[in-house]
Design a binder for this molecule. Structure first.
Ligand code: RFL
Ligand code: PHB
Length: 388
């Protein structure tokens, strides 16, 4: 088989890239290890930056998003069970959109189907070859048979545990990482969200977040030891702990109910550089991971797709200059999001070895955020999303 761009991974980055390229007449084949049902059962991101929404519109996949999403013009922070609001709209005239990653992925699959996009699920042993030549190819097995796809370029959209990044020689690839000493225990429940906007809560017992998917579907998280067995957290234990950490008025009106999903996610900051090697381009979680505190992971994947899509489009028109800048342009934005999500994580969580001094600094910084318009503006600019 032959195509122009082989895309490894059928998560949001791979799907969006293939959709945008296809609309420009560039042929792609997408290889996904899992089944479509599995990909669509993953509960992940919930907050979209304006740039992400614009990209989804450009890709022609935003009809349902425009009809069903929620625009949030601010968010709440909380310290010592008292909330205060950061008004994005008043501070910087912008806002964010709440619409689940699962729904984004569903819309992208529907659009790929409508355009007859080539997606091969259930692939194994994906291997990248001859990436430093002008004729790279990818091999994989499916149902025990080996296949080969020749191409011009390979997009590694296969997430943190994928194979693409590992195809770059260790002598070239630099990996920079920080692992945080805690995880997020997340619960999805068919209950009315406790607040119209998100609440990020700092508390001496640990961080908590109140989020949502729609009027009757809530998403809550609490900081928890990453190796806690999930059985330790009955629904009642989760709700009790959440109530202790959030603003008092929110705890009083919190609607609880059975969890329909419950899991613990680790937190890390990770960047792999460069994001290009020969004809291979790394995109999204394949190249970088952020802790979820700033809601940046999916949004960064989309800005990578923007840089790669514009580069490939121009390269196929005969000008490779933008494509050659891919890694530098993407990494410049990635590092700012790495910084913001590290800062927000460090500010809001209880660290195991934290001293009295460290705790007082966190409290003072939250006080600065509550009272200083300048501090709020910096948070708002980064949370709502830096320009591409
Ligand atoms: P994905 O979504 O991991 O997709 C990669 C795909 O590649 C497939 N794959 C392979 N396919 C073929 N061969 C192989 N060898 C393969 N290896 C892997 C995988 O099966 C998968 O389908 O990466 P992508 O597309 O780069 O998208 C990144 C986002 O999913 C991720 O950054 C966000 O979910 C992060 N994130 C959030 N981001 C936000 O912008 N806002 C949020 O509010 C937000 N909240 C979150 C999050 C992530 C979370 N978890 C669990 C990691 C909340 C949580 C709890
Ligand atoms: C979510 O709704 O899953 C969510 C929202 C905001 C975050 C992280 C996750 O910062």
């Amino acid at each position: 088989m032959r195509t122009q761009v082989v895309i490894i991974g059928g998560g949001p980055s791979g799907l969006l890239l293939s959709q945008l390229l296809h609309r420009d007449g560039i042929d792609t084949v997408m290889l996904e290890r899992q089944s479509r049902e599995y990909v669509l059962s993953r509960i992940r991101a919930g907050v979209l930056e304006n740039g992400t929404v614009e990209m989804l519109r450009q890709a022609g996949v935003a009809d349902r998003l425009d009809a069903e999403s929620f625009v949030h013009s601010g968010t709440y922070l909380s310290a010592r069970n008292q909330g205060f609001r950061i008004d994005f709209d008043a501070l910087i005239g912008r806002s964010v959109t709440v619409y689940g990653q699962t729904e984004v992925t569903r819309d992208l699959y529907a659009a790929r189907d409508a355009m007859d996009g080539k997606i091969i699920h259930g692939v194994e042993a994906v291997t990248l070859h001859d990436l430093k030549t002008e004729a790279p190819f990818v091999t994989y097995t499916k149902d025990g048979t080996e296949h080969r796809i020749d191409c011009d370029y390979v997009a590694g959209c296969d997430g943190f545990h994928g194979v693409s990044r590992k195809a770059i020689p260790a002598s070239i690839l630099k990996e920079v990482e920080r692992v945080y000493p805690f995880g997020w225990l997340g619960v999805l429940s068919e209950t009315k969200p406790v607040s119209e906007e998100l609440i990020y809560a700092h508390h001496e017992r640990g961080f908590a977040l109140c989020s949502m998917r729609n009027d009757s579907l809530s998403r809550y998280y609490i900081q928890a030891p990453v190796d806690d067995p999930i059985e330790k957290w009955s629904d009642d234990a989760f709700w009790d702990e959440l109530k202790r950490r959030i603003p008092e008025d929110a705890a009083d009106r919190l609607e609880t109910g059975p969890s329909i999903e419950k899991s613990i996610a680790p937190l890390r900051s990770f960047v792999a550089e460069p994001m290009r090697w020969g004809r291979l381009f790394l995109v999204g979680d394949a190249a970088h991971i952020v802790p979820p505190t700033g809601a940046k992971g999916l949004n960064l994947a989309v800005s990578d797709v923007y840089y790669l899509w514009s580069g490939l489009r121009e390269a196929y028109q005969g000008d490779a200059a933008t494509l050659d800048q891919y890694s530098d342009r993407a990494l410049a934005r990635v590092w700012k999001a790495i910084r913001f999500s590290w800062w927000f994580t460090t500010l809001m969580h209880r660290f195991p070895e934290q001293s009295e001094f460290d705790r007082r600094i966190q409290e003072a910084e939250l006080d600065v955020l509550e009272t200083s318009k300048a501090a709020q503006t910096v948070l708002a600019e980064n949370y709502v999303g830096l320009p591409y």
